[in-house]
Design a protein around this ligand. Structure first.
Ligand SMILES: NC(=O)C1=CN([C@@H]2O[C@H](COP(=O)(O)OP(=O)(O)OC[C@H]3O[C@@H](n4cnc5c(N)ncnc54)[C@H](O)[C@@H]3O)[C@@H](O)[C@H]2O)C=CC1
Ligand SMILES: O=C(O)C(=O)CO
Length: 322
């Protein structure tokens, strides 16, 4: 029997590519430049399934133009805010994601941002690289310790909990808000205090980590009004999605000192980011590094392929979204 043909929109780590090639006739778009939507739609005509990334924005207008032969899309990400699931359902397209491989890697990046923001790591690095370090001084780049501080986690899912575990190792106090309260045994595991409202969480959060998905409910929730409820000088970390934050409000609060520091891995409109961030000293900025660990990227590939394998076997995708 001839192999099914799949399009992979970016080459993945070799372990995932090898597995894909063993089962499928693979068309992998070259790394540069990124596949355009028109190229994607054109190539889709000659394949049986699509393995896409978060870069390919599959909004309704794109899904509506997908050729009829495509009934399976698997995304190499847990986030699925780039795919219009309702439009997929309407076209009878099955969709799956890659939800587990990212967890530890992204929690590590959130921890790095917390620590690096508290201890002003990027300012120190810049001082050395610009050859402007005058030598050790008692008041130079003085930050603060994490131990004994309260970390508020917004979205206590897989990454939020993995961050809690790491932050416990730094003796932080864990508080959280989520639309679903965690089971008692989960709260006990992280010694986590539940808040029944975002406002209540904000009030106690000397450190605040954003770990909820981008949805119509969460989009731009972090804005002037929210920031005003945090303790003076609070530190915020975002490894979720950039559009949860109203950039202009965050930048104004960082400039005024209302917010002490921001550690950001994700930005609205990546890779173009709000100009205001570039020259702010009290920011620690990463180019969407959350899942960029080989263990994560391999597993993401396997999970994305598991969905496609199940689809062709006539089964439900293991990580089914639609
Ligand atoms: N920076 C990066 O490279 C990465 C970013 N991400 C982002 O992190 C997000 C979270 O990932 P996981 O923890 O694995 O997802 P998850 O689904 O395990 O957890 C998300 C949590 O947010 C909660 N939530 C949903 N809506 C909410 C709301 N309105 N208010 C409060 N809580 C709400 C959910 O109930 C759930 O507990 C992803 O959706 C993705 O956007 C994920 C992986 C890598
Ligand atoms: O899996 C996701 O949603 C990501 O953002 C990958 O880094």
């Amino acid at each position: 029997m001839s192999k099914k043909k799949i399009l992979i929109t970016w080459p993945l780590p070799e372990a995932a590519m090898e597995r894909a090639r063993a089962t499928y006739d693979v068309i992998a778009h070259g790394d540069k430049p990124q596949i355009t939507i028109d190229e994607l739609l054109e190539t889709a005509k000659s394949v049986d399934a699509l393995l896409i990334t978060l870069n390919e924005k599959c909004r309704k207008d794109v899904i509506d133009r997908i050729p009829d032969n495509i009934k399976c899309i698997s995304t190499y990400s847990i986030g699925f805010d780039h795919i219009d699931l309702e439009a997929c359902k309407a076209r009878g397209i099955k969709v799956g994601n890659a939800p587990h491989g990212v967890t530890v890697a992204t929690a590590e990046i959130a921890m790095l941002l917390l620590l690096g923001s508290a201890r002003r790591a990027s300012e120190g690095e810049k001082m050395i690289r610009t050859r402007s370090w005058p030598g050790w001084q008692p008041l130079q780049l003085v930050g603060q310790r994490l131990d004994g501080k309260t970390l508020g986690i917004y979205g206590f899912g897989k990454i939020g909990q993995a961050l809690a575990q790491r932050a416990r190792g730094f003796d932080m106090n864990i508080h959280y808000f989520d639309i679903y309260r965690a089971k008692p045994e989960v709260e006990a595991k992280y010694n986590a205090t539940y808040h029944d409202s975002l406002d209540s969480l904000l009030k106690v959060s000397q450190f605040f980590s954003i770990n909820a998905p981008s949805t119509p409910e969460t989009r731009y929730f972090f804005n002037k009004e929210t920031i005003e409820k945090l303790p003076q000088g609070a530190i915020v970390v975002n490894t979720a999605r950039g559009d949860l934050v109203k950039d202009d409000d965050m930048i104004a609060a960082l400039k005024s000192g209302r917010l002490g520091y921001a550690g950001l891995d994700v930005f609205a409109g990546e890779p173009k980011i709000n100009e205001g961030y570039y020259d702010l000293p009290n920011t620690f900025l990463f180019p969407h590094l959350g899942s960029a660990a080989i263990e994560a990227r391999n597993q993401m590939g396997f999970e994305a392929l598991d969905n496609i394998d199940a689809f062709f076997a006539g089964k439900d995708m293991p990580f089914k979204l639609a």
